[in-house]
Write a new protein. Structure first.
Length: 223
């Protein structure tokens, strides 16, 4: 979300039936978790641990009705190589350490959000135009694979292993109309939640609406 902390529409959301926790920041960063009013929501973290100097609004974590939710906006990393790509990989390492601790706790957990990684060639349309982009670099993909290797389940790929599924279509070069997309938004499940995974998908049609984001909502249903 692109809103400062004090600009978040919490009252309007409450009127619509949702509680929320959020970490806001002007321009590009910001993350939030919403839940139905009847659910118990307790803030546990408002930053990713591991770097006290990190002030960017890229992670918020909360317990919602017995499930721990970590909402992620991982750094884009462009241009690469360079300091921004180095910062992306460093943030990824911090996420790996924190995610390992969450698994060790055995808490039912979902890590959800924009990971800014297309994990494999199946997660990007056939092209060479992105070859130098941070989203598809071997280091980015290796960092994501290392995270999955801890024991997390990529929910969309678990249910749709061979389908062409994207969550992002750049505004440029008519990429939406050509379905030239990438799968950057993921919902990763701890083992106890993976056993409850019932359905997963992307609401692709929302991307076609006037003024739409270049991302479409990815979602899951748990038993």
């Amino acid at each position: 979300m692109k809103a400062a902390q004090d600009q978040f529409p919490d009252q309007a959301l409450l009127n619509a039936g949702y509680n929320a926790v959020w970490v806001g920041q002007r321009t590009w960063n910001g993350v939030a978790i919403l839940c139905r009013k009847k659910l118990d929501l307790v803030v546990t973290r408002e930053r990713l641990p591991g770097d006290p100097a990190d002030k960017q609004a890229r992670y918020v974590e909360a317990a919602v009705n017995g499930i721990l939710v970590g909402c992620i906006y991982l750094p884009n990393g462009n241009p690469q190589p360079g300091p921004k790509f180095d910062a992306k990989l460093a943030w990824f390492k911090r996420l790996q350490r924190h995610a390992a601790g969450l698994l060790k706790s055995s808490a039912p957990t979902v890590l959800a959000g924009d990971f800014n990684v297309a994990p494999t060639e199946k997660d990007i349309y056939p092209t060479r135009s992105w070859d130098h982009d941070a989203l598809v670099q071997p280091e980015s993909r290796a960092a994501y694979a290392k995270l999955i290797g801890q024991g997390w389940t990529d929910s969309i790929r678990a249910l749709h292993p061979d389908e062409t599924i994207y969550t992002f279509w750049d505004y440029k070069r008519n990429r939406w109309a050509r379905d030239a997309g990438l799968r950057l938004d993921h919902l990763l499940l701890s083992p106890s939640l993976a056993a409850r995974l019932k359905n997963a998908g992307v609401d692709k049609t929302i991307r076609s609406e006037d003024g739409a984001s270049d991302h479409a909502p990815a979602w899951i249903v748990l038993k």
